[in-house]
Design a protein around this ligand. Structure first.
Ligand code: C5P
Length: 298
């Protein structure tokens, strides 16, 4: 079975409190875009779970979130005790004969675009169909929460408010269709390190999440774009923050209705209601280096 794993953008991202379990309570509006990895899942008779990707530096073992998703799937079918399985357990399971997961990456890695989480979500959605399990999307998302905080959202997709660790989802009225230009600078950001840093940073500004939801309800693309903001921008090291700001300013100068950073970054994006302005922005940003993408919201 071939499945698409779409990238996500954070239209708003707010970090609330640090919790006793070490995670943070979040409030963020998520949006899927057409940019996607393509996964191919095929049963094999080797008894092995094999993962391969077109990027040599990505793990092909349990460290790959797509493999973890498959492990959690088969674990759920046989055991109440989650989170302890590994590849060896999988081989001993009577209802597992072998599976190949091939991933063609198009979403940049460690970019704040949810690529790994979306691959994991795609594996769970595919297995739900391949195995005729007929689990409701909320149940598939529940298994996804065992793999990573953004996986439940990636199972459901669309426009949604994510709270708690990211697993409490409320569907929102869809963002009016528009173009998004994405620019991922050359550096990468460690998600756990940025979460650790945000506890000690004085946040200068917080997103108007409620205002953005009201704008979605009114179908007001400009109103949403104007309110886009991500508190992690304040926690970036100075040089990286300056770089993200330069990209955002360039996007706005090219006619973006609003610009922000996605997730823990470093990808910055702008929303456009006009295709030719979006294409010009894509062209203009080539001079900035990094990886540039033009895509549409879903
Ligand atoms: O859940 P996931 O594995 O994607 O999270 C990666 C890391 O990000 C966690 O280990 C934690 O440090 C941080 N995190 C957090 N609060 C969240 C989500 C992630 O502190 N809501």
């Amino acid at each position: 079975m071939e499945v698409r794993a779409h990238a996500k953008l954070n239209l708003t991202l707010d970090v609330l409190d640090r919790r006793p379990d070490g995670y943070h309570d979040m409030r963020m509006i998520m949006q899927s875009v057409e940019l996607a990895d393509i996964l191919d899942l095929e049963y094999n008779e080797t008894g092995e779970l094999r993962v391969c990707t077109n990027l040599h530096f990505l793990p092909n073992n349990e460290k790959n979130l797509a493999a973890q998703a498959a492990l959690r799937w088969y674990e759920g079918e046989t055991s109440q005790e989650v989170g302890r399985w590994d590849m060896e357990d999988l081989k001993r399971s009577s209802n597992f004969n072998g599976l190949d997961i091939r991933i063609e990456k198009h979403i940049p890695v460690c970019a704040g675009l949810g690529g790994g989480s979306s691959d994991a979500a795609a594996v769970l959605r595919a297995l739900n169909e391949m195995e005729d399990a007929c689990l409701a999307p909320e149940s598939v998302a529940g298994i996804g929460a065992l793999v990573g905080s953004d996986v439940p959202y990636c199972v459901i997709g669309g426009t949604a408010l994510a709270e708690g660790r990211g697993e409490i989802l409320t569907p929102l009225p869809p963002l009016p269709k528009c173009w998004a230009v994405l620019c991922k600078p050359e550096f990468s950001i460690s998600t756990p390190a940025l979460f650790a840093k945000i506890d000690s940073v004085r946040l200068r500004c917080r997103p108007d999440t409620q205002g953005a939801i009201a704008a979605l309800e009114a179908g007001d693309l400009q109103g949403v774009a104007r309110r886009m903001y991500n508190v992690f921008e304040d926690a970036l090291p100075e040089r990286q923050r300056a770089r993200v700001n330069d990209i955002k300013n360039a996007l706005i100068q090219c006619g973006a209705l609003g610009a922000s950073m996605s997730g823990t970054g470093p990808t910055a994006f702008g929303l456009f209601d006009d295709e030719s302005a979006a294409r010009e922005a894509q062209e203009h940003l080539q001079d900035f280096g990094g990886e540039i993408f033009l895509t549409r919201t879903l």
